[in-house]
Ligand binder design. Sequence first.
Ligand SMILES: [Fe+2]
Length: 194
Amino acid sequence: MFELPNLPFAKDSMPDFCTAEGFDYHHGKHHAAYVNKLNAAIEGTDYVGKDLEEVIKTSNSEKNMAVFNNSAQHFNHSFFWESLSPESQAIGGKTLTKIAENFESLENFKEKFTTAATSLFGSGWTWLVETSDGKLEILQTSNANTPLTEGKKPLLTLDVWEHAYYIDFRNARPDFVAKFWNHVNWKMVEERLK
Ligand SMILES: [Fe+2]
């Protein structure tokens, strides 16, 4: 059985980006529903007892969409909470070097990531990932899709499903994306690059 993780911060700690009500819905209802549906979908199957990444990869190759969609959304949301920080953080040295190598500058990276997040059509996710040969890429994935099935290592993600911002920003996705930069957990990105 999979469990909904607690948010790794207080739900009222970043109201400019997401209010306590926003987290109550996004974490307490949307993420919780993916976990509950995942547990219901795997009950009595060989998926029970496997770790989450294995469930995602196996259900993707077996095209078991009920298991894939809910397991991938469970992973993506858990990773999204870890991507956030209540306080504005300084970017780590290794992260800054890698970003400069791959995107010329931090400003250029932010601009490209922002464009990817605001232009993604419909529901999905924007990611910073590391490829198997050590390059950094910005990736857009639709719906539940996740870099794990492409063999890419997630470093940072932003949920751009409408449910992520509708309570606090209504339909204004660009305003939500702009506030993300106040709350990036650069310490986690640095740890994952090591
Ligand atoms: Fe979400």
